[in-house]
Design a protein around this ligand. Structure first.
Ligand code: CP
Length: 320
């Protein structure tokens, strides 16, 4: 496996080079190859403890991190926030100090507030992986998406992707934009103007009509869920209207199929809103492949990180 520069945490792609991203993606391949063997485990993280610390619901990310850590022979604990002392008002920092005292090596953190994983990373010697924070980032989702894309096109340089839907509330979109750009993919986006943030990076082409998406001719159309739970304003008249104007309708699906475009979606899916049911069984739907690849990609991320001893002020200490 490829040797890479040690990194303690994975919080976003802000400080990641193309070389490092490719190293993680290349490492995921041999881990995926393990899955067809009778023994699917390797001893890489034997004796290490991985903690899933999810302050928000998750099906795919939490489960795949748990499976990934177990396949690396780590001990895994799922911290149940709803039945913890968090509900008695314990602060994030006190929770982290308590868990740190139990010698946790890796913390997988999801939180509704942007920046919480970074805050935790500054206060713990454990490696922190951002499993989704507010609208900010979801780097392991983007990595598993890129891994899935590379299974079809091993060199992504010059390929194209359009991310469609609720960009404003999507940490997935922000991480997908950043990583795809890092890997040389041309990036476009399509959705209702109020759901396209003004801070969208310059390299993202913004399309307001589906015809423009077809002209751009992306290899992958990446659909996002409408995040109704995060929306405080009415951005469009109704779900039906959203589907008609911005969703993959039966007619649009016919065009997509004719053009041989692949479909991705991070899940969970709102059937009948961002896509019609038929998309789920489309031969070029990569939605199940994305879920499957989440395990190997997260194994590669855990393998890639190096926990270190840090004080609360951030100074590095010698290992005892
Ligand atoms: N894609 C994703 O983050 O899904 P979950 O919310 O189920 O983890």
């Amino acid at each position: 496996m490829k040797t890479v520069t040690p990194r303690k945490d994975l919080l976003s792609f802000d400080d990641m080079s193309r070389e490092e991203a490719l190293a993680i993606l290349d490492t995921a391949k041999p881990f995926k190859d393990l899955f067809t063997r009778s023994v699917k485990k390797v001893p890489t993280l034997r004796g290490k403890t991985v903690l899933n610390l999810f302050y928000e619901p998750s099906t795919r990310t939490r489960t795949s991190f748990e499976i990934a850590a177990k396949r690396l022979s780590a001990d895994v604990t799922n911290f149940a926030v709803s039945t913890s002392s968090v509900v008695k008002g314990e602060s994030i920092l006190d929770t982290i100090d308590t868990l740190q005292a139990m010698q946790v090596d890796y913390m997988i953190v999801r939180h509704s507030a942007s920046g919480v994983p970074e805050y935790i990373a500054r206060h713990t010697k454990a490696s922190v992986i951002n499993a989704g924070d507010g609208y900010h980032a979801h780097p392991t989702q983007a990595l598993l998406d890129a891994f899935t894309y590379r299974e079809i096109y091993p060199d992504l340089q010059g390929k194209r992707i359009v991310v469609a839907g609720d960009i404003l509330h999507s940490r997935v979109a922000r991480s997908v934009f950043a990583l795809m750009h890092l890997l040389g993919v041309e990036v476009g986006t399509f959705g209702p103007a109020p759901l396209i943030p003004p801070t969208i990076p310059d390299y993202v082409k913004v399309f307001t009509r589906f015809e423009e998406v077809l002209e751009f001719n992306p290899q992958v159309l990446y659909l996002l869920r409408l995040q109704l739970e995060r929306q405080t304003a009415n951005f469009f008249p109704s779900m039906r209207e959203y589907h008609r104007v911005y969703g993959v309708t039966t007619e649009r699906f016919r065009r997509i199929r004719e053009m041989g475009m692949y479909i991705m979606h991070p899940g969970p899916v709102n059937r009948g809103v961002e896509l019609v049911d038929d998309v789920m069984s489309y031969e070029r739907s990569l939605i199940n492949a994305q879920v499957e690849n989440g395990i190997a990609t997260r194994m590669a991320v855990l393998y890639h990180l190096t926990p270190e001893v840090k004080t609360r002020s951030g100074e590095t200490e010698d290992h005892a």
